[in-house]
Design a protein around this ligand. Structure first.
Ligand SMILES: CC(C)(COP(=O)(O)OP(=O)(O)OC[C@H]1O[C@@H](n2cnc3c(N)ncnc32)[C@H](O)[C@@H]1OP(=O)(O)O)[C@@H](O)C(=O)NCCC(=O)NCCS
Length: 376
């Protein structure tokens, strides 16, 4: 087997591989902001993997992130390590292209876990019945135009920078003008061309799918939620994608039980030193100088492996090679730690970390969601 970069001559073979694997009908093999790797067996393409160029917010800073997708292997060639080989090559490519993180949605988690990706975040959509929408004030919304696009995007980015994991949705992977193709694009204008908030949604046979409901303040958010209530009568419920956790966590009125569709995404710290350098570390400003010595187990990204020291000093965080390696940490632990999803106690129980590493928790403020496992 050989693995190489995609060339234009591969387009038909790649579209066929994806159609057979996923049943899709796309006619574009590689989109702007994407690159692809092709695995060849006996001189013909037998597998493909796509990498999207994204930036994902961590600690308020957009970190270059490779979004891996469309991993497809010809049925006859499965079970021979083709996908694993593509992932190994992808790790090198991500590092070469300056993407110290990688994120993906996995249909086969074991495959990606074996290469160091691990569950680190969610993509959620909430079904909200009309009677559960909050009563709220009105805002003067209007239909968005091309002139609003930059301000609308700025409104999104101001939110995204405060929500760990959201993408910055900049080009070339994203075209902000695409938003105008949606059925509903309502904006709440502010002063001097600013957008105070916006609502994007698509109507289909099943109902209304809200893509984003984003606002800079409570009145704007309640006003946009009120716009959703205007669908009462024709619809019993709307499906609301969770972009801002304040909306579904603090403003809507769902009861104890409600329908939440959740997908999980997996994160891979491709290059520990570069990922730490690229991230924001708001908590570091409040910490005294400190360090934790790691011994990283990472056979598929060997540049991460071995002793590394994470140093907090003067409000900044950096990774140095060396140190005593007191805390053994598996590559799979790095994603959930970096995203603040799992604390070191959980990582230890899962066999992904050994040793006392409370500083790691302090740095990322993990974990975020208190939990009850008793119902009453
Ligand atoms: C999933 C897919 C890409 C795997 O490709 P592959 O070349 O057969 O994978 P590999 O041979 O490298 O397998 C690596 C490991 O993953 C496991 N694995 C592969 N496919 C699996 C599946 N469908 N379910 C469970 N485990 C699977 C293998 O058992 C192997 O584990 P092992 O090393 O412990 O034996 C391929 O089956 C495919 O194209 N499926 C349809 C499309 C798809 O689901 N893509 C994934 C999108 S996230």
């Amino acid at each position: 087997m050989s693995i190489r970069d995609f060339t234009a001559d591969d387009a038909d073979a790649v579209l066929r591989l994806r159609r057979v694997a996923f049943g899709g009908t796309s006619d574009v093999a590689v989109r702007p902001g994407q690159r692809a790797l092709v695995a060849e067996l006996d001189g013909r393409p037998a597998g493909v993997l796509t990498i999207n160029s994204y930036h994902q917010f961590h600690g308020g800073v957009p970190v270059p992130t490779g979004g891996v997708g469309g991993v497809a292997v010809d049925p006859y060639a499965r079970g021979r390590g083709v996908a694993s080989g593509l992932l190994d090559r992808a790790l090198e490519s991500l590092r070469e292209q300056g993407q110290p993180l990688s994120v993906l949605y996995a249909t086969v988690p074991s495959l990606y876990r074996s290469r160091g990706w691990e569950r680190a975040g969610v993509y959620e959509s909430l079904d909200l019945t009309m009677d559960r929408l909050p009563a709220g004030g009105r805002v003067r919304a209007r239909a968005a135009t091309e002139a609003d696009l930059d301000a609308l995007h700025a409104c999104y980015v101001d939110l995204a920078s405060t929500v760990g994991g959201l993408l910055d949705r900049r080009g070339p992977a994203f075209d902000v003008a695409d938003v105008l193709k949606l059925d509903v694009v309502s904006v709440v204008p502010g002063h001097d061309g600013e957008v105070r908030g916006y609502l994007t949604a698509q109507r289909d046979r099943d109902g209304l799918r809200v893509h984003d409901l984003v606002g800079r303040d409570r009145d704007t958010l309640l006003g946009l939620l009120r716009e959703l209530a205007s669908w009462t009568g024709v619809l019993d419920k709307v499906s609301l994608r969770v972009t801002d956790p304040a909306v579904t966590g603090l403003l809507t009125d769902q009861a104890i039980r409600y329908q939440l569709t959740q997908s999980t995404w997996l994160l891979r710290v491709v290059d520990l030193a570069e990922a730490v350098a690229a991230r924001g570390w708001p908590a570091a400003a409040f910490l005294k100088p400190a360090a934790v010595d790691l011994d990283v187990v990472d056979e598929h990204a060997p540049w991460n492996a071995g002793p590394h020291r994470i140093v907090v000093d003067g409000g900044r965080v950096r990774v140095e090679r060396g140190g005593g390696g007191a805390v053994r940490v598996h590559a799979r632990a790095l994603g959930p730690w970096f995203a603040g999803t799992q604390d070191t106690h959980a990582l230890r129980r899962a066999g992904l970390l050994d040793g006392d590493a409370g500083l790691l928790d302090l740095l990322v403020g993990a974990p975020g969601v208190p939990r009850l496992a008793d119902f009453f």
